[in-house]
Design a binder for this molecule. Structure first.
Ligand code: AGP
Length: 610
């Protein structure tokens, strides 16, 4: 995923570009660049590296008095991080920045090369610039050339474009990648997401698929794919610059871990009615809908898929609905059996993950009802699903999700309770106990776990000395272990595997040697005994075990090298307490290793390419 931004108006464009790009860096940070109109010429300054490298370059190659510019921060897809592969790319009269992937770029590149185009980079983006330029050379009309070129491209794109001969004008188009249009007091903007524009304005319009935008200092016009012009329906975002800033924490990830109690309350309370029962009517989902659901396929990527694994346990144990979880990028390639009464639930924090969006579209093409659990509002997945339930976690900036996953799990718990109650599996009292637990016990349990920073730090001090770490658990704890392993891997770069505790002895235990850290999670009373026998198996081979266990279980003397006790005010409280512990352990480990916690290497916040 990349970040794009554009501006035209009465103010100096360069400071706006730099400010916006510094916010967008979480979307990708291999290379960065801007193109600005200076004295009716378009000047490009770009380089490999992060925004600081661009600031350095701009000191050597200053751009004076520009009021119209586009900018880009890159997560490499085609062509590695380099100055020449950095955006913006210029071909002829067209200069553009791109977020997405042009799947047929090789064919397009070949046909353009036959026309004499000599490419400077390895990117699909430069091919898009050449194609638009080729169309512009024939039509002489920027909007028509964008539309014609878009029709020839396959894949996902959001472009910000400058045309020679059109001073002060920024053009843009989106298909499959997000793009926001915004209006400020001193001009108009485009950006990949609203966080980049919060320092300038709150008024935005989320562009729809295939809409083309023509911005000039005096206004922004939207041209639909059929050529008709419409005025943007401006909305006002509730986000604030502060809500997208660190708020005094050393990292966004730590801030977002600490925001979880409030995020859970914000995500569940709108779905609890006056009687204390689960109720999604405010999301446009009436109880009768849940009665139509005979089976559920959850489809997502990464942590969102891991949240789905938590949901699977709840939907089957509580609501007795047969449920499966698929990795989104696999979903389409083993055609899923989607019988009558199926519901496909897609989960996505960003609402723009290409693999998940593709799975959503596949389900819709096959006539299956779809429900999206999304955090970022007005995003493609949220808009395209038949129904959507927002997790009100607020902007999540750290690449490693915490409150996003946490609120997804809380909403899934509410959905399971709603289905169970609607279908008579649980009565009013049981349903109210669940909603009360999510609204009260869970936030309190997370708060309690947030006070154990020193314990997590001590565990982390051991982990940093090892190349391989294992998380083990049974049932729900195996699902939690999957997320625990990913959290540790993605921000500390330590290899970590999650294993069903009972499965370790069927092969992988051969990797356990004296000192190997094994973290065992046990939130379920009934599974402690079995998990303890698995702990003994690894300890007898020298493993250093950390036991994350509910505080009401009689544990044997010396059960592990470290023990983290979990509150047991309710089942949900214990699960979310364990989640907080594994998130914090990953954070403390990465901190000790000096890793870039908010922007881990090779990653991006939302992967908008398949
Ligand atoms: C989680 O920490 C990762 N950043 C990644 O696995 C993420 O969950 C995945 O890419 C899905 O993103 P989404 O929720 O925005 O769709």
């Amino acid at each position: 995923m990349c970040g794009i931004i554009g501006y035209t108006g009465t103010a100096n464009a360069i400071p706006k570009m730099m400010k916006g790009l510094s916010v967008l860096e979480y979307r990708g940070y291999d290379s960065v660049g801007i193109a600005a109109q200076e004295n009716s010429k378009t000047k490009i300054v770009k380089c490999k590296g992060r925004i600081g490298a661009l600031e350095e370059k701009l000191r050597d190659q200053p751009i004076e008095g520009s009021h119209c510019a586009i900018g880009h921060t890159r997560w490499a897809t085609h062509g590695g991080p380099s100055d020449k592969n950095a955006h913006p790319h210029r071909v002829g009269a067209v200069t553009l920045v791109h977020n997405g992937i042009i799947e047929n770029y090789k064919d397009l590149r070949a046909s353009l090369a036959e026309k004499g185009v000599i490419f400077q980079s390895e990117t699909d983006t430069e091919v898009a610039a050449a194609l638009i330029n080729d169309c512009f050379a024939q039509s002489g009309d920027p909007v028509a050339s964008i539309r014609e070129a878009s029709e020839k491209m396959k894949g996902a794109f959001a472009f910000g474009i400058l045309f020679e001969g059109y001073p002060g004008e920024v053009f843009a188009v989106r298909r499959g990648s997000p793009l926001i249009l915004a209006r400020g007091k001193d001009g108009y903007y485009i950006a990949s997401d609203m966080t980049a524009l919060l320092p300038f304005t709150k008024e935005y319009y989320a562009l729809k698929e295939n809409q083309i935008v023509r911005l000039s200092p005096g206004g922004g016009r939207i041209v639909l794919s059929d050529g008709t012009k419409i005025a943007p329906q401006w909305e006002t975002t509730t986000m604030t610059p502060e809500s997208a800033q660190k708020g005094g924490y050393s990292h966004f990830m730590l801030k977002e871990i600490h925001e979880q109690p409030g995020a859970v309350v914000k995500s569940v309370s709108p779905r609890i009615n006056a009687d204390g029962l689960p109720d999604f009517s405010s999301d446009g989902i009436e109880p009768a809908f849940w009665q139509t659901v005979k089976s559920i396929q959850i489809v997502a990527c990464g942590s969102a898929m891991h949240a789905g694994l938590v949901g699977l346990r709840l939907l089957e144990d509580l609501a007795k609905v047969p449920t499966s979880v698929s990795i989104a990028s696999e979903f389409r390639y083993h055609p899923p059996i989607l019988p009558e009464g199926s519901l496909v639930i897609v989960i996505s924090q960003s609402g723009e993950t290409a693999d998940t969006l593709a799975a959503l579209r596949y389900a819709k093409e096959n006539g299956i009802p779809t429900l999206a659990i999304v955090n970022a509002v007005e995003t493609t997945i949220a808009r395209e699903a038949d129904r959507r339930i927002y997790t009100f976690a607020g902007p999540e900036i750290a690449v490693a999700t915490t409150k996003g996953y946490c609120t997804q799990a809380s909403v899934l718990w509410m959905i399971a309770a709603a289905i169970a109650h609607t279908t008579g599996r649980i009565d009013d009292a049981q349903a109210k106990a669940i909603t009360r637990s999510l609204l009260c016990d869970v936030p309190a349990a997370i708060e309690q776990m947030l006070t154990l920073e020193n314990r997590y730090h001590k565990i982390a001090r051991n982990l940093i000395n090892h190349e391989h770490v294992f998380y083990i658990g049974r049932g729900m704890d195996y699902a939690l272990s999957m997320e625990a392993a990913l959290k540790l891997k993605e921000i500390s770069y330590i290899h970590c595997e999650a294993y069903a505790a009972g499965e370790l002895k069927h092969g992988t235990i051969s990797l356990v040697e004296p000192g190997t850290p094994v973290l065992a999670i046990c939130t379920e009373q009934a599974l402690l005994e079995k998990t303890e026998s698995n702990i003994r198996e690894v300890r007898s081979r020298g493993a250093q075990v950390t036991l994350i266990v509910r505080d009401d279980l009689p544990t044997p003397p010396d059960p592990a090298e470290e023990v983290i006790l979990l509150p047991t005010s309710s089942e949900a409280a214990t699960v979310f307490a364990a989640l907080t512990a594994i998130q914090y352990i990953a954070y403390e480990t990465a901190l000790l290793l000096g890793c870039d916690i908010d922007r881990p290497r090779n990653l991006a916040k939302s992967v908008t390419v398949e």
